[in-house]
Design a protein around this ligand. Structure first.
Ligand code: PRP
Ligand code: ZN
Length: 299
């Protein structure tokens, strides 16, 4: 494949971010087929190919221009950036956009019996983590001295094995902590997925596609929560109804034939539409309420 013409994006091979990353690309219009354990997929309708790798490898692949783009958690990105700085390399990866998925936090968690009364309680303790640089920065910023035990995985069992007194690990649903009788006590870093790009200048065709992709990503993010609402209402109830529509701009009002005072109201709501909202709309006089998903949006 011609690297001058085709973009290559690195995506987590199998993990928390994989499905949603592929879903995002799919919603941006990319068509590709993925066989099991395939390392690479070729875009069929865009000059964009997907490379499947370990998430921890994504920052280096992008920094070294092996991939033009990457979808990676801020947690991994920050750790790699700090690691680069520590070994004298300047991190030059550019974050194009923070995305609204893959939210999780890097947190300190202690065994149930650990007496935690503020960060001072961890001074002098051993903390197991796969994020030594982010943790070191956190400790430094909080004026705490503690021992960092760097592991490459299975951090949550370190306290039980006697290798550490507490851990610093990612928490998403919290079920890993619960299963290991650990309790979250402090957030070290809030994370979400970032779209990153190579520090190397892109040739025209590829730069154009990155721009188009960004506009589409923006559109995808906007429609995630958006709904199209249609309802009938007496004209007299219009102002009250408009106030009840969550996150909508001025609705379209259409007269209804042969119904006297009644109108149809159409609006795009950019926030979640709950059942409670529909009940309030009904109480305000609305009827025939329809809520439809929005598939695409281009501002
Ligand atoms: C993280 C972390 C925990 C789990 C927490 O691993 O190390 O094992 O997720 O999630 P939970 O709160 O929903 O239980 P991750 O999926 O990032 O895998 P990796 O570290 O191997 O990339
Ligand atoms: Zn990982």
């Amino acid at each position: 494949m011609d690297r001058q013409q085709r973009l290559r994006i690195a995506v987590q091979k199998s993990g928390r971010l994989t499905d949603e990353s592929l879903d995002l690309l799919h919603r941006c219009g990319l068509k590709f087929s993925r066989g099991k354990d395939q390392l690479m997929c070729y875009g069929e309708n865009m000059p964009l190919d997907v490379l499947f790798v370990r998430d921890d490898d994504i920052p280096d692949l992008v920094q070294e221009d092996v991939c033009d783009l990457g979808l990676v958690g801020l947690n991994v990105l920050e750790e790699k950036r700090l690691a680069m700085l520590a070994r004298g390399t300047t991190p030059r990866i550019e974050v194009l956009q923070k995305l609204d998925f893959g939210r999780c936090r890097l947190s300190l968690a202690v065994p149930q019996e650990f007496v935690f009364a503020g960060l001072q309680s961890i001074a002098g303790k051993r903390i197991a983590t796969t994020y030594p640089h982010v943790l070191a920065r956190f400790l430094r910023e909080n004026g705490i001295t503690a021992e960092i035990v760097t592991l490459s995985g299975a951090v949550e069992i370190a306290p039980r094995l006697g290798r550490a007194d507490l851990i610093c690990d990612l928490v998403s649903t919290g079920s890993t902590l619960t299963a290991n009788h650990l309790r979250e006590v402090a957030v070290v870093l809030e994370s979400q997925v970032c779209l990153v790009r190579t520090p190397v200048a892109l040739p025209g065709v590829k730069a154009d596609w990155v721009r188009r992709l960004l506009v589409r990503v923006d559109g995808v993010q906007q429609v995630r929560e958006s709904k199209y609402i249609m309802l009938h209402a007496p004209r007299s109830a219009l102002s009250q109804i408009a106030k009840l529509l969550p996150g909508s701009e001025s609705p379209t009002v259409i007269p209804l034939d042969g119904t006297g005072d009644k109108v149809a109201v159409h609006a795009v709501c950019r926030e979640t539409v709950f059942w409670e909202t529909l009940e309030s709309l009904k109480a305000a006089g609305a009827s025939a309420i329809l809520v439809l998903p929005v598939e695409k949006m281009l501002a």
